[in-house]
Design a protein around this ligand. Structure first.
Ligand SMILES: Nc1ncnc2c1ncn2[C@@H]1O[C@H](COP(=O)(O)OP(=O)(O)OP(=O)(O)O)[C@@H](O)[C@H]1O
Ligand SMILES: [Mg+2]
Length: 257
């Protein structure tokens, strides 16, 4: 087990107001085979995605997280990370999307966000679209990856590989050599690409089966809910997968913070 990296905190998003965050500047990637979909600002906002927020503490928290994550990835030569948590509903999907979005706002990175929660795929729901195909279709029916990829319009350097039909028992698929080959391909196809995987929580067989494929894992802890015992258990479950850090989610900002 690697030593524990610094922990990060993201506040509960504040009240509505202000104009939405501007899309990424200048340099744009042309996704020739990647399907573009419209995303509605109010959906992004409702789903707590930073692309729907004006500048402020919520967006800033993810910028701080991005800076620290990028520093560790560069130091270690890593580019594939999983977002998981000790307990369900901690905010992994929201955190994984926001981390991926904030990384994509860094001009030197392209980001691929993979919905690897095959039991309850929900990245597409957060963006408000229904995918035709998803990771399950690649794993079960060999649908080519190019047909799965989606670029939410207006968000440069950012591509989603969504989930699709839920697979209740997917741990064998996630642990399979086919999945390992896919992760390897996604990691190496483009230079300067970071791949973020949204996983289920760590006491599921699915998360345990998948974790060894990635370079490191970010653990999302839920303020007021995740216990020390659950954190200890999650760290033990991570086993040989290095811990990138912990993110305290849903933290209420204290006085002066
Ligand atoms: N910072 C936050 N403040 C308040 N609510 C939040 C925050 N982050 C996430 N949530 C809410 O918590 C709920 C769970 O979020 P999310 O789906 O991201 O969790 P999850 O850990 O991915 O869940 P699952 O274990 O089902 O995959 C959602 O309703 C989401 O909008
Ligand atoms: Mg989730």
């Amino acid at each position: 087990m690697e030593s524990i990296a610094p922990s990060f905190a993201t506040p509960t998003p504040g009240p509505r107001g202000g104009s939405p965050q501007a899309p990424a500047p200048a340099e744009r990637i042309e996704y020739t085979t990647t399907r573009s979909i419209e995303v509605r600002r109010e959906v992004l906002r409702r789903q707590r995605l930073i692309a729907g927020y004006p500048p402020g503490p919520y967006v800033d928290a993810y910028k701080v997280l991005r800076t620290k994550v990028l520093q560790i990835l560069r130091e270690r030569g890593w580019n594939a990370l999983a977002v998981t948590s000790p307990n369900p509903q901690a905010g992994k999907t929201v955190a994984a999307i926001n981390l991926a979005l904030s990384l994509a706002l860094d001009v030197s990175q392209t980001v691929l966000l993979v919905d690897a929660n095959l039991r309850h795929p929900s990245v597409h729901t957060a963006f408000g679209f229904t995918p035709q195909y998803g990771l399950s279709d690649y794993l079960l029916d060999d649908v080519p990856i190019e047909r799965l990829l989606i670029n939410p319009k207006g968000i440069g350097r950012f591509v989603v590989l969504p989930g699709h039909r839920p697979l209740p028992d997917a741990s064998e698929l996630l642990a399979s050599p086919k999945m390992a080959r896919l992760v390897d391909e996604l990691k190496h196809r483009y230079p300067s690409r970071i791949v973020v995987f949204d996983l289920p929580h760590l006491t599921t067989a699915d998360a345990l089966a998948f974790a060894p494929h990635v370079d490191a894992a970010l653990l999302v802890l839920e303020a007021g809910r995740t216990t020390h015992a659950e954190l200890e258990e999650a760290l033990a479950h991570l086993n040989t997968t290095p811990l990138l850090g912990t993110l305290l989610n849903k933290a209420e900002p204290g006085p002066g913070s």
